[in-house]
Design a protein around this ligand. Structure first.
Ligand code: UFG
Length: 324
Protein backbone atom coordinates (compact mmCIF):
# COMPACT_ATOMS: atom_id res chain seq x y z
CA UNK A 1 0.00 0.00 0.00
CA UNK A 2 1.33 3.45 -0.96
CA UNK A 3 0.44 6.11 1.57
CA UNK A 4 0.91 9.82 0.96
CA UNK A 5 1.90 11.56 4.21
CA UNK A 6 1.44 15.31 3.93
CA UNK A 7 3.50 17.17 6.52
CA UNK A 8 5.50 13.95 6.86
CA UNK A 9 8.64 15.83 7.93
CA UNK A 10 6.86 17.51 10.86
CA UNK A 11 6.78 16.23 14.43
CA UNK A 12 3.85 13.79 14.27
CA UNK A 13 4.19 13.18 10.51
CA UNK A 14 7.81 12.02 10.82
CA UNK A 15 6.92 9.51 13.53
CA UNK A 16 4.04 8.36 11.33
CA UNK A 17 6.39 7.88 8.39
CA UNK A 18 8.69 5.66 10.47
CA UNK A 19 5.74 3.73 11.83
CA UNK A 20 4.46 3.06 8.30
CA UNK A 21 7.90 1.81 7.23
CA UNK A 22 8.12 -0.46 10.26
CA UNK A 23 4.77 -1.95 9.34
CA UNK A 24 5.84 -2.91 5.84
CA UNK A 25 3.83 -0.26 3.99
CA UNK A 26 5.27 2.44 1.74
CA UNK A 27 5.13 6.10 2.82
CA UNK A 28 5.55 8.92 0.31
CA UNK A 29 6.19 12.23 2.03
CA UNK A 30 5.06 15.65 0.80
CA UNK A 31 6.29 18.54 2.93
CA UNK A 32 7.14 22.17 2.18
CA UNK A 33 9.76 22.15 4.99
CA UNK A 34 8.46 25.44 6.42
CA UNK A 35 8.43 23.74 9.84
CA UNK A 36 9.42 20.19 8.93
CA UNK A 37 12.92 18.72 9.03
CA UNK A 38 14.32 16.76 6.10
CA UNK A 39 16.68 15.13 8.62
CA UNK A 40 13.72 13.56 10.41
CA UNK A 41 13.13 11.16 7.51
CA UNK A 42 15.05 7.96 6.88
CA UNK A 43 17.30 8.53 3.87
CA UNK A 44 15.51 6.15 1.57
CA UNK A 45 12.07 7.68 2.15
CA UNK A 46 10.46 8.92 -1.04
CA UNK A 47 10.26 12.66 -0.45
CA UNK A 48 8.71 15.56 -2.38
CA UNK A 49 9.29 19.12 -1.27
CA UNK A 50 6.24 21.17 -2.15
CA UNK A 51 2.81 22.47 -1.37
CA UNK A 52 -0.37 20.45 -0.76
CA UNK A 53 -2.29 23.02 -2.85
CA UNK A 54 -0.02 22.51 -5.87
CA UNK A 55 -2.41 20.63 -8.09
CA UNK A 56 0.16 19.63 -10.67
CA UNK A 57 2.63 18.32 -8.12
CA UNK A 58 0.01 16.37 -6.13
CA UNK A 59 -1.43 14.88 -9.34
CA UNK A 60 2.07 13.85 -10.41
CA UNK A 61 2.75 12.21 -7.03
CA UNK A 62 -0.56 10.33 -7.04
CA UNK A 63 0.07 8.93 -10.52
CA UNK A 64 3.78 8.21 -10.22
CA UNK A 65 3.64 6.70 -6.73
CA UNK A 66 0.24 4.99 -7.22
CA UNK A 67 -1.13 6.53 -4.02
CA UNK A 68 -3.91 4.54 -2.33
CA UNK A 69 -4.62 6.72 0.71
CA UNK A 70 -3.60 10.00 2.30
CA UNK A 71 -2.68 10.84 5.90
CA UNK A 72 -2.95 14.61 6.19
CA UNK A 73 -0.70 16.15 8.85
CA UNK A 74 0.38 19.40 7.27
CA UNK A 75 -1.04 22.33 9.23
CA UNK A 76 0.05 25.26 11.34
CA UNK A 77 -0.58 24.62 15.03
CA UNK A 78 0.37 27.67 17.06
CA UNK A 79 -2.84 28.61 18.85
CA UNK A 80 -1.60 32.09 19.86
CA UNK A 81 -0.42 32.89 16.34
CA UNK A 82 -3.80 31.81 14.97
CA UNK A 83 -5.40 34.57 17.06
CA UNK A 84 -2.88 37.18 15.87
CA UNK A 85 -2.91 36.11 12.24
CA UNK A 86 -6.04 34.04 11.45
CA UNK A 87 -5.60 34.59 7.72
CA UNK A 88 -2.50 32.40 7.74
CA UNK A 89 -4.44 29.60 9.44
CA UNK A 90 -7.57 29.71 7.28
CA UNK A 91 -5.37 29.78 4.18
CA UNK A 92 -2.99 27.00 5.18
CA UNK A 93 -5.17 24.72 7.28
CA UNK A 94 -8.49 25.10 5.48
CA UNK A 95 -8.16 26.50 1.93
CA UNK A 96 -5.13 24.42 1.05
CA UNK A 97 -6.72 21.31 2.50
CA UNK A 98 -9.72 21.89 0.22
CA UNK A 99 -7.41 22.12 -2.80
CA UNK A 100 -5.66 18.94 -1.73
CA UNK A 101 -8.96 17.11 -1.30
CA UNK A 102 -10.23 18.26 -4.71
CA UNK A 103 -7.03 17.03 -6.37
CA UNK A 104 -7.33 13.68 -4.58
CA UNK A 105 -10.94 13.17 -5.61
CA UNK A 106 -10.21 14.21 -9.21
CA UNK A 107 -7.60 11.44 -9.23
CA UNK A 108 -9.84 8.84 -7.56
CA UNK A 109 -8.01 8.81 -4.24
CA UNK A 110 -10.89 8.62 -1.76
CA UNK A 111 -9.32 7.44 1.53
CA UNK A 112 -8.22 10.19 3.87
CA UNK A 113 -7.13 10.37 7.51
CA UNK A 114 -7.24 13.87 8.98
CA UNK A 115 -5.25 15.20 11.96
CA UNK A 116 -7.91 16.96 13.97
CA UNK A 117 -7.67 18.14 17.54
CA UNK A 118 -9.38 18.34 20.91
CA UNK A 119 -9.19 22.11 20.31
CA UNK A 120 -12.34 21.67 18.17
CA UNK A 121 -14.31 21.16 21.42
CA UNK A 122 -13.32 24.49 22.94
CA UNK A 123 -13.48 24.53 26.74
CA UNK A 124 -16.34 22.24 27.78
CA UNK A 125 -17.01 21.78 31.47
CA UNK A 126 -16.93 17.97 31.59
CA UNK A 127 -14.65 15.37 33.18
CA UNK A 128 -13.94 13.52 29.93
CA UNK A 129 -14.59 14.69 26.41
CA UNK A 130 -16.45 12.31 24.11
CA UNK A 131 -17.14 12.68 20.41
CA UNK A 132 -20.81 13.60 20.80
CA UNK A 133 -20.08 16.84 22.68
CA UNK A 134 -20.81 20.03 20.76
CA UNK A 135 -17.72 21.43 19.05
CA UNK A 136 -17.25 25.09 19.96
CA UNK A 137 -13.62 26.08 19.38
CA UNK A 138 -12.28 29.12 21.21
CA UNK A 139 -9.54 30.08 18.75
CA UNK A 140 -9.03 30.27 14.96
CA UNK A 141 -6.74 27.20 15.00
CA UNK A 142 -9.60 25.09 16.39
CA UNK A 143 -12.06 26.65 13.92
CA UNK A 144 -9.88 25.78 10.92
CA UNK A 145 -9.69 22.15 12.08
CA UNK A 146 -13.45 22.04 12.70
CA UNK A 147 -14.11 23.61 9.28
CA UNK A 148 -12.11 20.82 7.65
CA UNK A 149 -14.10 18.22 9.61
CA UNK A 150 -17.34 19.76 8.27
CA UNK A 151 -15.94 19.82 4.73
CA UNK A 152 -14.97 16.16 5.02
CA UNK A 153 -18.49 15.23 6.12
CA UNK A 154 -20.00 17.12 3.17
CA UNK A 155 -17.49 15.65 0.69
CA UNK A 156 -18.15 12.20 2.04
CA UNK A 157 -21.92 12.52 1.55
CA UNK A 158 -21.63 14.10 -1.90
CA UNK A 159 -18.56 12.45 -3.47
CA UNK A 160 -18.08 9.18 -1.61
CA UNK A 161 -14.90 10.24 0.19
CA UNK A 162 -14.13 7.85 3.05
CA UNK A 163 -12.31 9.50 5.93
CA UNK A 164 -11.47 9.42 9.61
CA UNK A 165 -10.99 12.61 11.63
CA UNK A 166 -8.68 11.87 14.56
CA UNK A 167 -8.96 14.37 17.38
CA UNK A 168 -5.61 14.30 19.14
CA UNK A 169 -5.20 15.41 22.70
CA UNK A 170 -1.61 16.45 23.66
CA UNK A 171 0.87 14.68 21.39
CA UNK A 172 4.16 14.11 23.20
CA UNK A 173 7.25 11.91 23.35
CA UNK A 174 9.80 10.79 20.80
CA UNK A 175 11.18 7.80 18.96
CA UNK A 176 12.28 5.01 21.35
CA UNK A 177 15.83 4.91 19.96
CA UNK A 178 16.11 8.71 19.92
CA UNK A 179 16.42 9.01 16.14
CA UNK A 180 13.68 11.64 15.89
CA UNK A 181 11.67 13.77 18.29
CA UNK A 182 9.86 17.04 18.91
CA UNK A 183 11.69 19.98 17.32
CA UNK A 184 9.40 22.96 16.91
CA UNK A 185 10.86 26.38 16.28
CA UNK A 186 9.65 28.22 18.25
CA UNK A 187 8.88 25.55 20.85
CA UNK A 188 5.76 26.25 22.91
CA UNK A 189 4.90 22.83 24.37
CA UNK A 190 5.21 21.99 28.02
CA UNK A 191 7.20 18.74 28.04
CA UNK A 192 10.05 19.80 25.70
CA UNK A 193 10.29 23.19 27.42
CA UNK A 194 10.43 21.59 30.87
CA UNK A 195 13.18 19.20 29.74
CA UNK A 196 15.10 22.01 28.02
CA UNK A 197 15.02 24.02 31.24
CA UNK A 198 16.72 21.07 32.95
CA UNK A 199 19.47 20.93 30.35
CA UNK A 200 19.86 24.71 30.09
CA UNK A 201 18.67 26.27 33.37
CA UNK A 202 18.94 29.76 31.83
CA UNK A 203 15.75 28.81 29.95
CA UNK A 204 13.40 29.06 32.89
CA UNK A 205 10.04 27.32 32.44
CA UNK A 206 7.01 29.50 33.09
CA UNK A 207 3.99 27.84 34.70
CA UNK A 208 1.16 29.62 32.91
CA UNK A 209 -1.54 30.14 35.54
CA UNK A 210 -1.82 28.74 39.07
CA UNK A 211 -5.40 29.83 39.78
CA UNK A 212 -7.34 27.44 37.55
CA UNK A 213 -10.25 25.48 39.07
CA UNK A 214 -8.17 22.28 39.11
CA UNK A 215 -6.77 20.34 42.12
CA UNK A 216 -3.41 22.17 42.15
CA UNK A 217 -4.46 25.31 40.27
CA UNK A 218 -2.59 24.48 37.05
CA UNK A 219 -4.08 23.28 33.75
CA UNK A 220 -4.76 19.59 33.24
CA UNK A 221 -4.06 17.86 29.91
CA UNK A 222 -4.12 14.37 28.44
CA UNK A 223 -0.71 13.43 27.00
CA UNK A 224 -0.50 10.73 24.35
CA UNK A 225 2.64 9.32 22.72
CA UNK A 226 3.24 10.09 19.03
CA UNK A 227 3.64 6.38 18.18
CA UNK A 228 0.30 5.63 19.87
CA UNK A 229 -1.19 8.31 17.60
CA UNK A 230 0.57 6.75 14.61
CA UNK A 231 -0.88 3.33 15.47
CA UNK A 232 -4.39 4.79 15.51
CA UNK A 233 -3.89 6.15 11.98
CA UNK A 234 -3.24 2.74 10.48
CA UNK A 235 -6.09 1.23 12.50
CA UNK A 236 -8.43 3.99 11.30
CA UNK A 237 -7.29 3.53 7.71
CA UNK A 238 -7.91 -0.19 7.93
CA UNK A 239 -11.33 0.49 9.45
CA UNK A 240 -12.53 2.90 6.76
CA UNK A 241 -11.16 0.66 3.97
CA UNK A 242 -12.81 -2.51 5.30
CA UNK A 243 -16.11 -0.92 6.26
CA UNK A 244 -16.32 1.68 3.46
CA UNK A 245 -17.29 4.28 6.02
CA UNK A 246 -16.21 7.52 7.71
CA UNK A 247 -16.03 8.53 11.36
CA UNK A 248 -14.30 10.67 14.00
CA UNK A 249 -12.34 9.48 17.04
CA UNK A 250 -10.81 11.05 20.12
CA UNK A 251 -7.22 9.97 20.74
CA UNK A 252 -6.05 10.47 24.30
CA UNK A 253 -4.79 8.35 27.18
CA UNK A 254 -7.84 9.25 29.32
CA UNK A 255 -5.45 10.33 32.11
CA UNK A 256 -5.22 13.97 33.09
CA UNK A 257 -1.98 15.51 34.40
CA UNK A 258 -1.55 19.05 35.69
CA UNK A 259 1.38 21.26 34.70
CA UNK A 260 2.88 20.71 38.16
CA UNK A 261 2.51 16.94 37.81
CA UNK A 262 4.29 17.05 34.44
CA UNK A 263 7.14 19.04 35.99
CA UNK A 264 7.43 16.44 38.78
CA UNK A 265 7.41 13.59 36.23
CA UNK A 266 10.17 15.33 34.21
CA UNK A 267 12.23 15.67 37.42
CA UNK A 268 11.69 11.99 38.26
CA UNK A 269 12.70 10.76 34.81
CA UNK A 270 15.76 13.01 34.53
CA UNK A 271 16.79 12.95 38.19
CA UNK A 272 17.26 16.73 37.96
CA UNK A 273 15.33 19.87 38.91
CA UNK A 274 13.18 21.85 36.47
CA UNK A 275 13.99 25.55 36.75
CA UNK A 276 10.51 27.11 36.80
CA UNK A 277 8.56 30.12 37.96
CA UNK A 278 4.87 30.90 38.33
CA UNK A 279 3.50 33.21 35.65
CA UNK A 280 0.08 34.60 34.63
CA UNK A 281 -2.33 32.51 32.56
CA UNK A 282 -1.63 32.10 28.84
CA UNK A 283 -4.56 33.43 26.79
CA UNK A 284 -6.89 30.78 25.42
CA UNK A 285 -5.84 27.83 27.63
CA UNK A 286 -8.81 25.72 28.76
CA UNK A 287 -8.44 24.55 32.40
CA UNK A 288 -9.05 20.87 31.84
CA UNK A 289 -8.95 18.69 28.70
CA UNK A 290 -9.03 14.92 29.09
CA UNK A 291 -10.24 12.42 26.52
CA UNK A 292 -12.89 9.78 26.59
CA UNK A 293 -11.32 7.52 23.96
CA UNK A 294 -13.66 4.60 24.44
CA UNK A 295 -14.91 4.91 20.85
CA UNK A 296 -11.40 4.44 19.38
CA UNK A 297 -10.78 1.57 21.80
CA UNK A 298 -14.03 -0.15 20.93
CA UNK A 299 -14.26 0.43 17.18
CA UNK A 300 -10.60 0.58 16.16
CA UNK A 301 -9.21 -1.69 18.91
CA UNK A 302 -6.80 1.13 19.77
CA UNK A 303 -4.76 0.72 22.99
CA UNK A 304 -2.20 3.38 23.87
CA UNK A 305 1.00 1.64 25.05
CA UNK A 306 3.04 4.50 26.53
CA UNK A 307 2.26 5.78 30.02
CA UNK A 308 3.37 9.24 31.14
CA UNK A 309 6.75 8.08 32.44
CA UNK A 310 7.54 6.29 29.17
CA UNK A 311 6.43 9.32 27.16
CA UNK A 312 8.73 11.61 29.13
CA UNK A 313 11.60 9.08 29.06
CA UNK A 314 11.56 9.06 25.23
CA UNK A 315 11.37 12.87 25.15
CA UNK A 316 14.25 13.15 27.64
CA UNK A 317 16.40 10.76 25.60
CA UNK A 318 15.71 12.89 22.52
CA UNK A 319 16.40 16.23 24.22
CA UNK A 320 19.81 15.04 25.43
CA UNK A 321 20.93 13.83 22.01
CA UNK A 322 19.03 15.97 19.51
CA UNK A 323 20.08 15.57 15.90
CA UNK A 324 18.17 18.53 14.45
N1 UFG B 1 2.37 25.41 29.67
C1 UFG B 1 3.07 26.08 30.65
N2 UFG B 1 4.28 26.60 30.31
C2 UFG B 1 4.82 26.48 29.06
C3 UFG B 1 4.09 25.79 28.09
C4 UFG B 1 2.86 25.27 28.43
O1 UFG B 1 2.62 26.23 31.77
O2 UFG B 1 5.91 27.01 28.84
C5 UFG B 1 1.06 24.85 30.01
C6 UFG B 1 -0.04 25.42 29.15
O3 UFG B 1 -0.56 26.57 29.71
C7 UFG B 1 -1.03 24.25 29.13
C8 UFG B 1 -0.16 23.00 29.28
O4 UFG B 1 1.09 23.48 29.75
O5 UFG B 1 -1.85 24.33 30.24
C9 UFG B 1 0.07 22.30 27.96
O6 UFG B 1 0.49 23.27 27.01
P1 UFG B 1 1.06 22.87 25.58
O7 UFG B 1 1.42 24.15 24.90
O8 UFG B 1 2.09 21.82 25.72
O9 UFG B 1 -0.17 22.19 24.88
P2 UFG B 1 -1.64 22.80 24.64
O10 UFG B 1 -2.52 22.02 25.55
O11 UFG B 1 -1.71 24.26 24.73
O12 UFG B 1 -1.79 22.51 23.09
C10 UFG B 1 -2.05 21.25 22.57
C11 UFG B 1 -1.59 21.19 21.14
C12 UFG B 1 -2.32 22.18 20.28
C13 UFG B 1 -3.79 21.98 20.45
C14 UFG B 1 -4.15 22.03 21.90
C15 UFG B 1 -5.58 21.74 22.16
O13 UFG B 1 -0.21 21.46 21.06
O14 UFG B 1 -1.96 22.02 18.94
O15 UFG B 1 -3.41 21.05 22.62
O16 UFG B 1 -5.91 22.21 23.42
F1 UFG B 1 -4.48 22.93 19.82
Amino acid sequence: MNILVTGGAGYIGAHMTRYILRHGLRPVVLDNLVYGHRASLPEKTKFYRGDIADRRLVTKIIRKEKIDAVLHFSAYAYVGESVENPRKYYENNFSKTQKLLDTLLDNNVAHFIFSSTCATYGAPDVKKLHEKLPQNPINPYGFTKLAVEKMLADYSRAYGLQYAALRYFNAAGADDDGAIGEAHDPETHLIPLALQSILRPARQLKIFGTDYPTPDGTCVRDYVHVYDLAAAHLQALDYILKNKTSDCFNLGSENGYSVREIIKACEKVSGRKVNCLEAPRRAGDPAYLVADSSKARKILGWRPCYDLEKIIATAWNWEQNRRY
